[in-house]
Write a protein that binds this ligand. Structure first.
Ligand SMILES: [Zn+2]
Length: 466
């Protein structure tokens, strides 16, 4: 019986992605077109539109589907479950249904038209994360279509409010944790980076996110008539403080995952970049390391991956043109690597500013170091993803890394469920710049290969007899 099942599953893996008849659109691309045509720009989101569409596709395949409404009309989450025999705990896939808005006049196609052009699907969310939703959805649907015998439930969650706002997965987990609990999960995060010729260099899988912390810098001075300025001016004091912070750079700090990531970059990048990555890993003297950091950090993404960052985002001060205000305030957004204590960052900034008229504090005074565990690399899901990423993209290296931003993974990771982040399709540097930008697009070939990789990963992890 066991042998027979393995044979069945092996056959399934080999035939994971059926050849698409000429003229027909690839099923993942076709689903992505449908999803893009539902405008879920957040605010307001209207994510329920996608929940209804996917429910109508998943229910006939045997999925148990729950749509969880939020207090906001039109905003809901979908939880779909394909039952296994229960001998193992569930595996979960999560995708957010909302997208950021568009500058419509800067697009060459309708961002909500689901347009196919030059082998790509165009539209807001093509990469972040409707493309991933289409890949995850098609992968789980194929499990049902092909009647793959399952040792564990496969749960597919379509989420609201990831891009902003309050009814996100953390909100959902407060009341529906039992339906979302799993042994491990996939969501967005890492990248399958292809060169301009389409060859995949590496696959990065995020195993932790940076945390986002608000910091308030406030300055005080004498409030008085603007015709008689005094030395203690709140706006000048704030400006001087911000100028000092602008000149400050956090030192390079590599997480365990990012050391592996940088090592992969050192092996797969062209020179002289490869040498800079090598220098960052150690061995080089301090001056060479600093020079390598300067070159690597010209890329804002790499700059953010290898250190904590801080950026001013809001500034407030003054109310009339003839009044010197008694106070002025700036909000900074810090993005901190796992285990970094925000209180220590505030103390360092206060010392740097060195002005009794200026106070630096946390916007949430209770914020502490993130206690969210980093997801391990030694379990069935990570190993299966690594194996099938290598099988799908011959010659590509696979590495964990720490994501430079936040995702919806926190709801699971904070409860001890490992989450592995991946945008499951090869993309080029050019395509990456379009995410949250204009003419966002993903190639149909990338969607096809991504679906193959995720389907085979799920068969490996949840298929019976594996
Ligand atoms: Zn996203």
């Amino acid at each position: 019986m066991r042998q027979a099942l393995i044979a069945v599953i092996s056959a399934l893996v080999l035939r994971a992605v059926p050849a698409v008849a000429q003229g027909a659109v690839d099923p993942t691309a076709a689903l992505l077109q449908e999803i893009i045509r539902l405008d879920t720009s957040n605010p307001p989101g209207h994510e329920g539109l996608i929940d209804e569409l996917l429910a109508s596709k998943l229910k006939p395949l045997g999925f148990e589907v729950t749509i969880v409404p939020t207090p906001e009309a039109g905003k809901s989450h979908l939880i779909a479950r394909l039952k296994g025999d229960g001998s193992k705990r569930p595996v979960l896939l999560a995708a957010h249904a909302d997208v950021v808005g568009v500058e419509r006049d800067k697009w060459t196609v309708d961002p909500f038209g689901g347009v196919i052009k030059d082998g790509h699907v165009y539209g807001r969310g093509a990469i972040d994360f409707k493309g991933g939703m289409a890949v995850f959805a098609r992968a789980v649907m194929q499990l049902a279509e092909r009647k793959v015998p399952l040792s564990r439930d496969v749960i597919f969650v379509v989420e609201a409010d990831e891009e902003a706002a309050q009814y996100n997965t953390s909100w959902l987990a407060q009341s529906h944790w039992a339906e979302m609990d799993a042994e491990f999960a996939l969501n967005e995060g890492g990248w399958i980076i292809a060169d301009d010729a389409g060859k995949v260099r590496y696959v990065s899988v995020s195993t932790a996110d940076k945390s986002s912390v608000g910091i308030i810098v406030s300055a005080t001075g004498t409030s008085t008539h603007s015709s008689m300025p005094r030395p203690d001016n709140a706006i000048f004091a704030l400006s001087k403080a911000l100028a000092k912070i602008a000149g400050y750079e956090f030192p390079v700090q590599l997480t365990d995952a990012n050391r592996k990531f940088i090592a992969v970059l050192a092996r797969t990048s062209p020179q002289p970049l490869a040498g800079y990555y090598q220098a960052l890993l150690g061995g080089a003297d301090a001056a060479a390391r600093a020079a390598a950091d300067r070159e690597i950090s010209k890329d804002p993404l790499m700059h953010a991956i290898i250190r904590n960052t801080i950026a001013p985002v809001i500034i407030n001060g003054g109310f009339r043109s003839n009044v010197i205000p008694g106070s002025a305030e700036a909000t900074l957004n810090a993005r901190l690597l796992p285990a970094v204590d925000p209180k220590a960052v505030v103390a360092a900034l206060q010392k740097l500013v060195d002005d009794p008229a200026v106070t630096v504090r946390l916007s949430n005074p209770n914020a502490g170091p993130s206690r969210t565990p980093v997801s391990p690399e030694d379990n069935e899901l990570y190993r299966a993803l690594e194996k099938h990423a290598k099988a799908t993209f011959a010659g590509a290296e696979v590495t964990p890394y720490t994501f430079q931003a936040g995702t919806d993974a926190g709801a699971w990771r904070s409860r001890g469920v490992p989450v592995y982040g991946i945008y499951p399709y090869p993309i080029t540097a050019d395509e990456l710049t379009r995410m949250h930008g204009n003419d966002e697009k993903v190639s149909i070939d990338s969607l096809r290969k991504g679906t193959e990789m995720i389907f085979n990963t799920l068969v490996e992890v949840a298929g019976k007899g594996r």
